[in-house]
Design a binder for this molecule. Structure first.
Ligand SMILES: [Zn+2]
Length: 526
């Protein structure tokens, strides 16, 4: 039996942008569009051309660019009540976008027709028919978005079916059933979508939101009930609780079902990189626990479990992470078994459980953990420990001294100025910085000193900083543990740790290790 091909429709650039904290510049949108195209996504919804100048500029720019696989889609609504499609600003904006496909949103729920639109049921059907038939006569592939379809269907099935039939008759290529408020449960999806087959309707698509935490499940059940297109966003971002997460839907379709496949299957190993690229553009720290593409998706805690992983990974993992471009991570802790350490050392060669390096690392790890360090979330710092044991560590800087001063006058913001002296590549240098707090100041001063000798430092940024108090009962004399996450704005991000009774000192340690990790792994020839 040949697997049925499911169309993947991405709306990250439109619905995804409605999400909290999600913002893309025009340049971001263009770059994301090309990445989605490279991935083999079938439809890319670029935005709402009438919304603002940025959206319009996006479509204007895309007129000059070509996509190798995807169809670009412009989003808009049906014409206004009482007008004509030819004269409607929304419809004209869709045409002016000059995309191969357009998606037109219309009302299905009678209460919305009457209370929100302020018109009568027949005029709503007219608006749908007029808009779709006009746009298809103008040569566009038209997808029709049925807003609040599931609520509308439950409220008045006859009317919802009339809307579907009207859009089909008008020439819509796909009828997209939208769960606009995200309130539909999986069993309802099966019943409602299943009831549409055999009615001579156009092809069905589904669009779910995650307000009940079941958007991915609903999307899959939509497919099992006959939908041939699934809509969603990268990382599941979108309004309120988000949209159906394509980073889970895509591998579920391609790896978990025998009956279905998708064009993206050929590029599945790009999925993790795509997820992180979009997160980087949105300036959002990737969700570690995200299925398939999260950093934790194929991570295992040390000890017995890691022993099994080393021998028979298929017994502990539902798929191999490499299929979606993710990697297995063995987490460290003082419970670390020797096999975990052996696996960690693999990057540097083959080591036996009985080798002295393994023993040395285990005792160093225990000593560090007793002092308050934790390496599970700071693998870059652990990598430096390994390098030190193996004699493969090249220090980037040697500190002579630093000096920081924080001050505040009246109601102005506090400021910290700092100066440091250090040795880098045999040069004695000084650096200075001004920041709001000590971490920003140290980071700036370090860059200032090192940059002339190591320009790579400019390509790295610190993106997250966390502090934990280790022994709060000691109050003012307590130790703190600092974690820093850094990125090279490509696909690499890494975490380092510092521990001290002095928060500035702990931060300094984590900052220096962040730069040294990058220096040792990506700058010095290996
Ligand atoms: Zn939506």
């Amino acid at each position: 039996m040949n697997a049925t091909k499911i169309e993947i429709y991405d709306t990250t650039l439109r619905d995804g942008m409605q999400g909290i904290e999600i913002n893309f510049t025009l340049k971001d949108k263009l770059e994301i569009t090309h990445k989605l195209d490279d991935m083999g996504i079938d439809y890319i919804e670029g935005g709402f051309p009438l919304a603002n100048d940025k959206e319009e500029a996006f479509f204007n720019q895309m007129k000059k660019e070509t996509l190798s696989h995807a169809k670009l889609v412009a989003f808009g609504s049906t014409r206004k009540p009482g007008g004509k499609a030819q004269q409607d600003a929304h419809i004209q904006a869709l045409l002016n976008a000059e995309t191969q496909a357009v998606i037109v949103v219309g009302k299905t729920w009678l209460e919305h027709v009457e209370k929100v639109l302020g018109t009568h049921p027949e005029e709503n059907l007219e608006m749908i028919h007029d808009s779709i038939s006009y746009l298809s006569a103008e040569g566009r592939e038209v997808l029709f978005d049925l807003e609040h379809f599931f609520d509308g269907f439950k409220d008045n099935t006859d009317y919802a079916l009339k809307v579907l039939q009207t859009a089909t008759d008008a020439g819509a290529k796909t009828l997209v059933l939208c769960d606009t408020n995200g309130g539909t449960l999986p069993n309802e999806v099966t019943t409602i979508v299943g009831s549409l087959s055999g009615r001579g309707l156009a092809s069905i698509g589904v669009h779910f939101h995650n307000d009940c935490g079941v958007a991915v499940a609903n999307s899959l059940l939509g497919i099992y009930s006959g939908a041939l297109q699934v809509q969603g966003t990268i990382n599941g971002w979108g309004e309120r609780c988000g949209n159906a997460n394509l980073c889970a839907i895509i591998p579920n379709i391609c790896l978990k079902t025998k009956e279905y496949t998708a064009n993206v299957a050929a590029n599945l190993s790009q999925l993790t990189a795509l997820s992180r690229f979009v997160a980087e553009k949105a300036n959002i720290i990737p969700e570690k626990r995200q299925p398939y593409v999260g950093e934790a998706a194929f991570s295992h805690k040390a000890g017995q479990h890691a022993d099994v992983i080393a021998k028979a990974p298929q017994l502990m993992e539902h798929i191999s992470g490499s299929l979606v471009g993710n990697t297995r991570r063995i987490l460290l802790s003082e419970l670390a078994g020797k096999s975990t350490i052996v696996e960690k050392l693999e990057k540097y060669g083959t080591f036996d459980k009985k080798s002295t390096q393994v023993d040395q690392l285990i005792s160093l790890l225990k000593e560090k953990e007793n002092a308050g360090y934790e390496y599970e979330a700071a693998e870059a710092s652990f990598d430096l420990l390994i390098r030190k044991i193996l004699g493969k560590y090249v220090p980037l800087v040697e500190l002579n001294n630093y000096h920081l001063e924080s001050f505040k006058t009246g109601n102005t913001l506090s400021k910290t100025v700092g100066r440091l002296f250090l040795t880098t590549s045999d040069n004695q240098v000084m650096g200075a910085g001004v920041g709001v707090g000590p971490v920003e100041t140290l980071d700036q001063a370090l860059r200032d000193a090192v940059k002339p000798f190591h320009p790579f430092i400019d390509s790295i940024s610190l993106i997250d900083y966390k502090v934990r108090v280790l022994n709060p009962e000691e109050a003012a004399a307590s130790k703190v543990r600092v974690f820093i996450t850094s990125t090279d704005h490509q696909s690499n991000s890494w975490d380092t740790v510092g521990v001290s009774e002095n928060i500035v000192e702990a931060s300094w340690e984590a900052i220096v290790e962040s730069f040294e990790y990058y220096y040792n792994n990506f700058v010095i020839p290996q």
